[in-house]
Ligand binder design. Structure first.
Ligand SMILES: Cc1cc2nc3c(=O)[nH]c(=O)nc-3n(C[C@H](O)[C@H](O)[C@H](O)COP(=O)(O)OP(=O)(O)OC[C@H]3O[C@@H](n4cnc5c(N)ncnc54)[C@H](O)[C@@H]3O)c2cc1C
Length: 279
């Protein structure tokens, strides 16, 4: 296996032209994947992102936070701007893996792995984030929901990388809530997760609700029916129950080693009911 460590984007794009070249960020998904196929990657070239400055940094412009794709989960969690402006995202990253995984794994790698259980994804869908993609041809942008096409599938073209996440600050939203249910309390992949953003008027009536669920279908799911059912209501058990029923109808979970589809469907609704306690 060859490893290249370019320091500029031009060098990176040149390295990616080698046959079989693959992007290596923190390696916490890729190396596990390659090792499970031992022997099948003798001539593989891995192109590391860690020395490229354009893929790092967290900055804010006009209410949009730009997070370089090679920022690790730990560096985002330590960043004051991210913590104060994107509490929904940092709540989710605090639950991703354990300290070693958060030190190595990157937000770009989490998005490109495109797992329905990726912890950064429900917050990024609820925040209506965009991705910035870079190639020799220049930059293009698209919604995260358009970027992720299915488990392990994204809109990346050959020779193209994810360069940044562009995440709008959820101004005016007073409830930012992330909850993940796993098989155990640490180092667990989500069995179901919910990211909820709620904006209310001074009397507590919902002006806007955004709900994004992980691990209940091939991609993260937004549920407009449940969001609309909450609009104009206060967050009580009575108003949340019909919305929870809508969520349970909308999800398309599968049975796997971690949980049954029926359990996931039930928990998806239960996570929403919990908002009654937080409200
Ligand atoms: C023990 C363990 C526990 C874990 N727990 C969790 C968990 O709780 N929650 C969770 O969500 N994940 C978990 N993961 C998965 C993993 O750590 C995350 O998905 C992580 O964010 C991946 O980032 P990375 O930088 O390591 O990606 P890498 O492994 O380097 O790359 C992953 C894939 O994305 C591609 N890629 C990476 N960056 C880019 C880019 N900028 N542009 C184009 N392509 C790119 C790579 O080519 C590869 O195909 C766990 C993994 C392990 C091993």
């Amino acid at each position: 296996m060859n490893v290249r460590l370019p320091v500029t984007l031009a060098e990176l794009f040149a390295a990616l032209e080698e046959p079989g070249a693959r992007v290596l960020a923190g390696g916490t998904d890729l190396l596990v994947q390659l090792r499970s196929r031992a022997g099948a990657h003798g001539s593989q070239t891995l192109v590391g992102l860690e020395r490229i400055r354009e893929l790092q940094g967290i900055t804010a412009t006009d209410g949009v936070i730009r997070i370089g794709a090679a920022e690790t989960h730990a560096s985002i969690l330590e960043n004051r701007l991210a913590r104060s402006r994107l509490p929904l995202l940092t709540a989710a990253l605090a639950e991703l893996g354990g300290p070693a995984i958060r030190n190595m794994g990157t937000i770009g790698g989490n998005a490109c792995t495109a797992s329905p259980a990726g912890d950064s994804l429900p917050p990024l869908y609820a925040l209506e984030a965009e991705v910035e993609l870079a190639s020799r041809q220049g930059l293009r942008r698209m919604a995260i929901s358009g970027f992720i096409q299915g488990p392990g599938r994204t809109s990346l073209e050959r020779g193209e990388i994810l360069s940044a996440l562009l995440v709008p600050q959820a101004k005016g939203f007073d409830l930012h809530h992330f909850e993940k249910v796993g098989r155990r309390s640490a180092l667990a992949i989500a069995v179901v997760s919910l990211a909820a953003l709620i904006r209310r008027d001074p009397s507590g009536r919902v002006l806007e609700a955004r709900l994004a669920l992980g691990s209940v279908g091939p991609t993260v799911l937004r549920c407009p029916e449940a969001e609309n059912l909450l609009t104009g209501r206060r967050l009580t058990l009575a108003s949340l129950k019909p919305a929870a029923a809508a969520l349970r109808r909308a999800v398309t979970p599968i049975d796997d080693v971690r949980a049954t589809a029926a359990y996931r469907r039930q928990v998806a609704g239960n996570l929403l009911l919990r908002l009654a306690v937080l409200a």
